[in-house]
Design a protein around this ligand. Sequence first.
Ligand SMILES: C[S@@+](CC[C@H](N)C(=O)[O-])C[C@H]1O[C@@H](n2cnc3c(N)ncnc32)[C@H](O)[C@@H]1O
Length: 202
Amino acid sequence: MSEPNRYEHAPRLPEGSLDPGALVGGPGQPVELEVGPGRGAFAFERLAAVPSARLIGFEIKRKWATIVDERLSQRGLGARGRVFFEDARIALPRFPENSVSIAYFHFPDPWWKKRHKKRLVLTPALLEELARVIVSRGELFVQTDVEERAFEYESMIGQHAEFRAAEREARVLQNPYQAMSPRERRAVQDGLPIFRLRYARV
Ligand SMILES: C[S@@+](CC[C@H](N)C(=O)[O-])C[C@H]1O[C@@H](n2cnc3c(N)ncnc32)[C@H](O)[C@@H]1O
């Protein structure tokens, strides 16, 4: 007998027109967006550290979307933070323009071999959506431990007319958001290099 799906009730975005701010207690206000939060440490820490932050995550793993969304609620952060079981490539086009203040991509490369390139989440098509939804002077932050991917992201985002380096150069040494993703924390503990890119929407 097959076990019923324990995560059948995974949280989904509501149907119809969307006001992302309204999903996290700030109708009409831009939200922070995390693509692929995994086990959620960044969302927990970010919301705890910055009481004004409102954050939505899109996670394609049903189990982790459900667990992290539940934990946000259990930790008293559910009014300002939600994680939905959604594919960012499908969900983001549903966001209205100028609805995101900061978009985070922490280690979005589970498959770093060349043959897995087609599974990348941050593609030129998604970058177009980001240029549409991120507010003027909003931010796009990407970090990875795969140097080859960092070069590719840097080249792709650097060529986009709507983004410029947030500081003197796109590459930054530190994550300035007072929160770390699970993979980031592990890389720091293991002393592995992390390649971080930070852009502002012009
Ligand atoms: C390598 S893991 C990194 C997890 C976390 N960001 C971290 O830094 O520890 C990549 C995460 O992105 C999620 N993911 C991959 N493609 C996605 C997509 N199209 N939409 C939403 N999440 C996605 C995966 O399920 C996974 O949880």
